[in-house]
Write a new protein. Structure first.
Length: 170
């Protein structure tokens, strides 16, 4: 991939990838940071990328791993400091109430289910592609999707507004 092709790829996919990572992490600034870091790492490897080689999947996987590593470091640091409470990161107001409700419900799911749901439904990856990105088997991804959908539907039903005009469209 030439520098010009990489620039075009960056311009076309940064916002989409940041939105996907926001759904995974629940923190807008964290999503921007890890996607940016993934693009920095990709710059050194750009010659090995080719548009048919799914460079977006590489960026998304790298960003997801960076976010997980940051979360582990933070959790380890909090544990070592003797803190046993979880501090909520500052949130950025989403464009709609529905978006906030969805991200909140996703945040409550186990990481494996959340990743499977976001990669499959938001990133439009097939079950096989999700399995390849996460290192899970196809049957494990199908199970995570089924369990995740059930849990997400229950959480969204619990969080939906009671007024007719404010109901979530799921």
């Amino acid at each position: 991939m030439t520098p010009q092709e990489f620039d075009a790829f960056y311009a076309a996919s940064f916002s989409r990838l940041t939105g996907q990572l926001y759904a995974l992490t629940g923190n807008w600034s964290e999503a921007q940071d890890v996607v940016q870091e993934a693009f920095i790492r990709a710059w050194d490897r750009r010659r090995t990328f080719d548009p048919g080689n799914a460079p977006e999947a590489w960026i998304r996987t790298t960003a997801r791993r960076l976010a997980l590593s940051r979360w582990r470091r933070l959790a380890r640091g909090l544990h070592l400091a003797g803190r046993h409470h979880r501090q909520e990161p500052p949130t950025v107001e989403p464009p709609t109430e529905e978006h906030l409700t969805l991200v909140s419900a996703l945040r409550d799911l186990p990481e494996a289910q959340r990743s499977a749901l976001v990669l499959h439904h938001m990133c439009d990856l097939s079950v096989e592609q999700v399995a390849a990105e996460t290192g899970a088997t196809v049957s494990a991804v199908k199970s995570r999707l089924a369990r995740g959908r059930t849990a997400l539907a229950a959480r969204l039903a619990d969080q939906s507004p009671t007024s007719e005009e404010g109901k979530l469209r799921v």
